[in-house]
Design a protein around this ligand. Sequence first.
Ligand code: ZN
Length: 391
Amino acid sequence: MPATPDPEAGITRRALVGLAVFGAAPALGGLAGCAALSDASAQPASGTSGSPATRTASADAAGPEAASAEAASAALARRLGAAVGAGDREGFLRCFTPGARTLGEVWFSAWRSFAGVELAGAPDGHLEVTWRVGEEAGTSATALPVRLLGGLVDGVDDPSPLPIWLRHPVVLARSGPVSVLAAAEVDADAWLEHARTAADRVRDAGLDGWHGWTGDVVVEIPVDSRDFDLRDAGDAGSGAAAYTVREVDHQDVVVVDPMVTRAWSDADVAGLLTHEVVHVALGVSGDRAPMWVREGVADWVAAPWWPKLRAENRAASAGAPADAELPTDADFADPDTVARAYALAEAAVAGIVAEHGRDALLAWAHDWAGAPAPSAAALTELLRAELARRR
Ligand SMILES: [Zn+2]
């Protein structure tokens, strides 16, 4: 059962401070690297001309220790950024102690595959990383609690949320606006096909153009259930097959648990992604609707393509009473009621479509607070009528 966490309770990302920015693009004069760094922690790297060293006022205000931590992380950001921008693998790896070299290999490979990476220091010494994997409108970001030894990266603690590339090699598969970032063991190309299929279905359902969604989809497949849970800081709870996480600039990223879905059929996998891409298409405008609308629309769009979903919703709604109510947000959070909540949400949405048509449903879902949607009592009647039809 796909359980998407309430976007309102979603991720709070730290705002970036003091960007020292490099895209994975032109070489920067071949001056990248950490070779001469022991005494250069506060010096801007050569070859970064045109990009004034960015410092935040907070560093000085927070005292010498914070200023020192920020200076060290800012210097590291500049060196790593210059090396990844120049494609200088050895220079990049020279920013790591011998014991952390594997970590450097993983980061270099991942960041080089992205369409862009921005690195910055932070007052607490963390390394701020912002990245874009492909053609998506927004970005993802994390603050890495790097451990430095003599100005070099000696390790990293778990950030929260945890990017899937933190310690594990990843591969990127892209096709136009659809991208799949996956653990190296995963067949990213196969997932890319499913993601493209899902994006096409959601576009065909008439959900393109919502909040400016142009069809961009980012799917991430971590190596295991642990990294799946930590990608969302544990917000999704256990047992979900996938969720859609809202990044700080409203970029939505679909994250799938590779272990839960391992034995699923292709149809079920593509159905799951279809459900999640509906959330991407709804975006922030969908946040104004109650959860049963968001989940109901996602299930309703996906149901024709998703055998597993149809079977589960049929089973969960079979015993629903004739006076069933619209599911509350709390019903989606309770393990005892969540299965029926999804089933009733899908039935309610199907009931709305049967009575008012698809265009009315999509208009209401797009702007639930502003559009003159039917009253709760009228909607409840549509749910009950649909359940009666299905008995
Ligand atoms: Zn959902």
